[in-house]
Design a protein around this ligand. Structure first.
Ligand code: GAR
Length: 213
């Protein structure tokens, strides 16, 4: 008998265009799992409206309401588990979770980052790529570990930096890539196709690079 994949919680902080890509993939069945809940660290963001339009439950766990990162993290994990989530996807979530999250969701927290890690970790990845003068940046999807933007890499895709790019134009092309790469990785996770071996993530079936050929 095939095991039914656990639903996921999607964590957001903003407009939620990546959440929308996940909602769309869930709607068509391509995500391979349900989105149990969308959790935001602040109220009034566009992603909460996107979730509501898709009839997905939402919770606001306000960063400002907690004295410590540990307490905030506990509340986020409590909310995710209350809705039955077996994994969490950080889709434009701009907070760092305490290590207790990794203990509660071992190898089951996925983060999206708008650069080719380990280059340009942190909150200003697109701006830093431009400031540094690289000609290639991109997207990284990785499992979360105790260090910021550091865990085992699930997939990366490059995006060229064009001579006239500013942060807005470059981020728009990066987001186009994110909207395909993130659902692809989450679907592989839901199928149980991602095997973490130290810093390496092995895809049990066709790796992404081979799929587009
Ligand atoms: C995304 O581009 C994501 O890569 C970035 O925030 C954006 C959220 O957009 N995440 C980070 O910078 C995390 N360090 P969205 O709300 O439209 O999905």
């Amino acid at each position: 008998m095939t095991k039914t994949p656990s639903p996921i919680a999607v964590l957001i902080s903003g407009s939620g265009s990546n959440l929308q890509a996940l909602l769309d993939a869930a709607e068509t069945g391509d995500l391979g799992c349900d989105i149990a809940v969308v959790i935001s660290d602040r109220s009034g963001v566009g992603g909460l409206d996107r979730a509501a339009r898709a009839d997905v439950p939402t919770e606001v766990v306000a960063w400002s309401a907690f004295a410590t990162r540990a307490a905030f993290t506990d509340a986020v994990c409590d909310a995710a588990q209350r809705w039955g989530a077996g994994g969490m996807v950080l889709a434009g979530f701009m907070r760092i979770l305490a290590p207790s999250a990794m203990e509660r969701f071992p190898n089951a927290i996925i983060n999206l980052h708008p650069a080719l890690l380990p280059s340009f970790p942190g909150a200003r990845a697109v701006e830093q790529a431009l400031e540094h003068g690289v000609s290639l940046t991109g997207v990284t999807v990785h499992f979360v570990d105790e260090q910021v933007d550091h865990g085992p890499i699930i997939a990366q895709e490059a995006v060229a930096v064009l001579p006239d790019d500013d942060a807005e134009t470059l981020h728009a092309r990066i987001q186009n890539v994110e909207h395909t790469l993130l659902p692809t990785c989450v679907a592989a996770f839901a199928r149980g196709d991602l095997v973490v071996e130290g810093r390496h993530v092995r895809w049990r079936q066709t790796p992404i690079a081979a799929r587009s050929q």
